[in-house]
Write a protein that binds this ligand. Sequence first.
Ligand code: NAD
Ligand code: NA
Length: 395
Amino acid sequence: MIIEPRTRGFICLTSHPTGCAQNVKDQIAYVQSKGKIEGAKKVLVIGASTGFGLASRITSAFGSDAATIGVFFDKAASEGRPASPGFYNTAAFEEEAQKAGLYAKSINGDAFSNEIKEEVVNLIKEDLGQVDLVIYSLASPVRTHPESGKRFKSVLKPIGEVFTNKTVDFHTGKVSEISIKPAEGDDVENTVTVMGGEDWRMWMDALKNANVLAEGVTTVAYSYIGPEVTKPVYRNGTIGAAKDHLEATAFTISEDLEAIGGKAYVSVNKALVTQASSAIPVIPLYISLLFKVMKEKGIHEGCIEQIERLYSERLFGGDLSLDEKGRIRIDDWEMRDDVQEEITKLWEQATSENINEIGDLEGYSLEFFKLFGFKVDGVNYEADVNELVKIPSIQ
Ligand code: NAD
Ligand code: NA
């Protein structure tokens, strides 16, 4: 079939297998261009099909020749209906890994469940024995709790008071003012239940109890802080409460892993275009200004540049450079004073009339479409493609 982007608001309903595959190949080529990393050799990535998790899997495999197991929750294609992008990304990743002689297997299912944890444990036992790195990169709006069976929903709201600020519709370039109502009822608790650290700890417990963690294992989860302008809706909002919990959980897991010399870290990453960040008001305007400023300064990074730098300079580079709260800060360039000062100035000025000049709306929009395999360089979108792609290890 010929597949075109079909967007509804901030989501895209279709995705392109060839474009997704090209994105994966481009990320692999980037990692290879940076040279080898003396890193972990047996790696489990939870949330491995898109964004930072996919970049982590690629960096482990093609930077350190690691065997990887990837866990994700994606939709396979049906006749005339493309798969979700993570499905196509993983199919392409496994094919490239096979060509390079690297072990790669994937499990598609709900990572929050006991069943998927058990499946992963069994796969590690059978194929790898133990893993020496566990990347936790889930981003989900819902979680069914494995003990109660109750389904929790996360929300993106400020806490305490209404937050009013500017935002941009990146499809139209319209800058407008938006007000977001504060959390109510169980909003904060529910968001912490979904995006906090409980499931990360459950994963590490399950892996440790099954004796599939190697001596000196490292586990890393990803967090975000961001600038003053987004603080009320992000870091001081419901999602920030979940990130506080995730960050605190790193210390608990490190204690749990002490007996095997293991360590848990949180890496604070930079803001990037993802489906989730496109849906948070205010963030798209910030990201379009951030992209403009960072590109002008020659320090722009996407997922793969961030994770390659995280591995080569921090995790396996001998200098974690932890901050006062014990976190790895690979958002260091985003948070530089000169970058943030410039954005603050531009923020004041931003209107529908000037946003295309002072912000990188085009770059934002391009990145959005690329998440789904569209507008990728070198791909012929007029060509007939088979939407029914399979992931080699999942047949
Ligand atoms: P993403 O949506 O691109 O990736 C999420 C992954 O989780 C996908 O592989 C998806 O399949 C998987 N997943 C979701 N629900 C699942 C479930 N129930 N079971 C199994 N797999 C499931 O997200 P991302 O932007 O890469 O975010 C990953 C982490 O990085 C999050 O903790 C996020 O907060 C953090 N982070 C994101 C940004 C940003 O700007 N996007 C910045 C800093 C930190
Ligand atoms: Na991810």
